[in-house]
Design a binder for this molecule. Structure first.
Ligand code: FES
Ligand code: FE2
Length: 437
């Protein structure tokens, strides 16, 4: 449970809010590179931290993220002409480059130097691994990009995607750090006998109430959730929260999996989820890993005779028109009561849609004064505490929050591992978490 004040601090992200200030210390994923496929392509409306911005790729391929309202008299630059190294407002022809400099003011006399006195608000962008990153912060020279492995894979192995979530960023993120819902929402109707014997999933299904250990780290916090495995051994699920809105989830095999998820606030009520992961379909050890994870069951869960997956919709140019799915609150996310009675725990098809339904159904901003947290929510509690602590230190003392100037702390991996009962989980997994296996 949180006080109304703390709930407001954590969930409001506008420029003058405490959490908004914290977010503005970091580089954030803003778009997929593929949304701006070529030089001088169509501009894109981007809603980020409550700010309305226009993204464009100029003639030389550089990406700009500029204020929506033209600095002249406020027409939207979305309608602008993206041409010859800048975005030109079609109202009176003022033209701006990716840094916000005014390149041309054709409705002013040639002797006027007005254009040199004026600058549009434009945020630095950097492109890496199929993601356009943006820095909305106060520094003239932005900090380094976080050293996230999943964002630095060779293009042939990098898989990036995005989906909108119609709710506040924090409740969306909290779904990623709460390991116990996995055995219910996603696997509630699957029995241990149905999955590969000796797989992670078998252990997950035999004991649906894991014990947690949570620790603070340089990048945020990490949990290990364990259940009994073979005699004398435990199955540990290890996952991370990384400031300000990244997660490394505990599925897969620790040390083998490279994946980062980001829950980027568009505004207080909408979140853009980015997934960056390694495509391992060509990996010769893939089949072995799948068996270890118990993929036999996943295959069943994803592909058994059900309704077709509710697909991703084409992007529209609306502020909230990017990366929508056909599954939505208006169609109850495709809920099928018959399947819920007979084959599926939730009756909703697909892991992502199941998560979406639960977190959006909590309301645009969940009122955390009315929740009742149990022992399985210990990671959720710790992440909120870390965020609140970092916000207070930043706002009251000007302390730079974790990770901003230490990009290397982001180089860490998550996943599952079998350890002897008496092993120290932190020590025993150090090399795998560092990717040294
Ligand atoms: S409003 Fe954009 S040039 Fe006048
Ligand atoms: Fe989930």
């Amino acid at each position: 449970m949180l006080s109304p004040q703390d709930n407001a601090i954590l969930t409001h992200v506008g420029p003058d809010t405490p959490m908004g200030k914290l977010f503005r210390q970091y580089w954030l994923p803003a778009l997929l590179s593929s949304e701006l496929p070529a030089p001088d392509c169509n501009p894109v409306r981007v809603l980020l931290l409550g700010e309305r911005l226009i993204a464009f790729r100029d003639t030389s391929g550089r990406v700009g993220l500029i204020q929506n309202h033209c600095p002249h008299r406020g027409a939207s630059l979305f309608y602008g002409r993206n041409e010859a190294g800048g975005l030109r407002c079609v109202y009176h022809g003022w033209k701006f480059d990716v840094a916000g400099r005014c390149l041309d003011m054709p409705n002013e006399p040639p002797e006027s130097d007005f254009k040199h006195k004026l600058k549009a608000r434009a945020y630095p962008c950097a492109e890496r691994g199929g993601i356009v990153w943006a820095y909305l912060g106060p520094r003239a020279t932005p900090p380094p990009l976080p050293d996230l492995e999943a964002n630095q894979l060779p293009p042939a192995r990098a898989r990036v995607s995005a989906f909108i979530r119609d709710c506040n960023w924090l409740q969306a993120l909290e779904g990623d750090i709460d390991t116990s819902h996995f055995s219910f929402l996603h696997l509630g109707s699957v029995t241990p006998e149905e999955v590969t014997p000796g797989s992670f999933l078998e252990y997950t299904l035999r004991d649906r109430a894991p014990r947690y250990a949570v620790v603070d780290t340089e990048y945020g916090c990490m949990y290990g959730a364990w259940r009994p495995a073979t005699p004398g051994h435990r199955y540990w699920r290890i996952a991370q929260f990384l400031f300000p809105c990244f997660t490394h989830i505990p599925t897969g095999v620790l040390g083998k999996k490279v994946e980062t998820r980001a829950w980027v606030p568009m505004d207080d009520h909408h979140t853009l989820f980015f997934s960056m992961e390694e495509d391992r379909s060509q990996d010769p050890n893939r089949e072995k890993t799948l068996v270890q994870e118990g993929y036999v069951m996943s295959r069943k869960m994803d592909n058994r005779d059900g309704p077709p997956l509710l697909p991703a919709l084409p992007n529209t140019s609306d502020w909230l028109g990017r990366f929508r799915t056909a599954a939505h609150t208006d169609n109850d996310y495709g809920l099928n009561r018959e399947r819920q009675r007979t084959t599926d725990y939730s009756g909703i098809f697909g892991i992502h849609t199941q998560d979406q339904a639960m977190t959006e159904s909590m309301g645009p901003i969940y009122d955390r004064t009315s929740e009742h947290l149990g022992s399985s929510d210990v990671m959720v509690i710790r992440v909120r505490r870390r965020l609140l602590g970092a916000v207070r230190h930043l706002v009251e003392e000007g302390t730079t929050p974790p990770g901003v100037d230490e990009p290397w702390v982001y180089r860490t991996r998550s996943g599952g591992v079998i350890l002897p009962e008496d092993a120290d989980w932190l020590q025993a997994t150090e090399a795998q978490r560092a990717g040294q296996t």
